[in-house]
Design a protein around this ligand. Structure first.
Ligand SMILES: NC(=O)c1ccc[n+]([C@@H]2O[C@H](COP(=O)([O-])OP(=O)(O)OC[C@H]3O[C@@H](n4cnc5c(N)ncnc54)[C@H](O)[C@@H]3O)[C@@H](O)[C@H]2O)c1
Length: 274
């Protein structure tokens, strides 16, 4: 888990005064940083995650800093839980302005013919069915408040990255769903955009934390080496993604919808000569 630095304001203070935001997957990583960024901009934040300890921790840290946040446990792949998340949010705060579909998992690293069907279903279930379900139950409320959706896709949804068929397909689906929702809901006053992060310094899915020290060092070294070949030459800090999400959630991006915003240190601009 990477703590937000707080050194650079995520968005101008009070750029989201009283707005009600759901951030899925906000127990750690990019989602946690986004929850902090939205709260710093004066939004009221619902932290939604399957990880209760992390989720309670994020909400408590926001409250300790003077913000308004609550944790609601939710598996985004479960329709009943997502419907309950939205209902509880609206009952508590009176409406919904912002949905950040951030929860996501990696999985199924390898060639597609070796990929087991359950792994494919799990990755698509969290990464694509999750944003579908959250949007489905949130949109009636977002239409009432001219709200916004920000989807967290990935550069892996734009290119054919090696050995990640399920993950690439899930994120490619999120990219296209973003554009499609922008078409249908623009006339209803709802903006829908996506960010595509490149390499971000998180422990995505806790995978590295489960490794032994040597394997963990090797995994970190591989990731840093890949990131070093990007134009900016390093991994992103979570705050560098959260700031863009906060911008897309705010009125500062009022003429943006259907935009797929790469936040990738330039990695998709150039052939990787590594
Ligand atoms: N880290 C990267 O390099 C990177 C790059 C591009 C895109 N992304 C995307 O950013 C998003 C956040 O990833 P991260 O790097 O912060 O990883 P992370 O593992 O720190 O955060 C993912 C969060 O999602 C939660 N989650 C997992 N399954 C869930 C479910 N079924 N329901 C609700 N919550 C669930 C986890 O508990 C965790 O809090 C993901 O969608 C990921 O695909 C990450």
């Amino acid at each position: 888990m990477t703590e937000p630095t707080g050194t650079v304001p995520a968005a101008s203070a009070s750029s989201l005064p009283g707005r009600v935001a759901i951030v899925t997957g906000a127990s750690s990583g990019i989602g946690q940083a986004t929850a902090h960024a939205l709260a710093q901009a004066a939004a009221r934040v619902v932290v939604a995650d399957v990880n209760a300890d992390g989720g309670e921790g994020t909400a408590q840290a926001i409250r300790d800093a003077g913000g308004d946040a609550v944790f609601i446990p939710c598996d985004v792949a479960d329709a009943a839980q997502v419907e309950g998340l939205v209902t509880q949010t609206v009952n508590r705060y009176g409406g919904l302005d912002i949905l950040v579909n951030n929860a996501g998992i990696s999985g199924g690293a390898g060639l597609l013919h070796d990929l087991d069907v359950d792994t494919w279903d799990r990755v698509i279930g969290v990464n694509l069915r999750g944003p579908f379900l959250c949007a489905k139950y949130a949109l009636p409320h977002l239409m009432e408040r001219r709200g916004v959706i920000v989807n967290v896709a990935s550069t892996y949804g734009l290119i054919g990255a090696p050995l990640a068929p399920a993950y690439c397909a899930s994120k490619g689906g999120v990219v296209t769903l973003t554009r499609q929702l922008a078409v249908d809901y623009g006339p209803h006053g709802v903006r829908v955009n996506a960010v595509c992060p490149g390499y971000v310094d998180t422990d995505m899915g806790g995978g590295r934390a489960r490794l032994g020290p040597d394997a963990q060092a090797a995994a970190n070294a591989r990731r840093e080496a890949a990131a070093a070949r990007q134009p900016i030459g390093r991994q992103a800090h979570v705050d560098e993604i959260a700031r863009v999400i906060a911008f897309l959630a705010s009125d500062a991006s009022s003429f943006m919808t259907g935009s797929i915003v790469t936040v990738d240190g330039g990695c998709t601009t150039t052939f990787n000569h590594g």
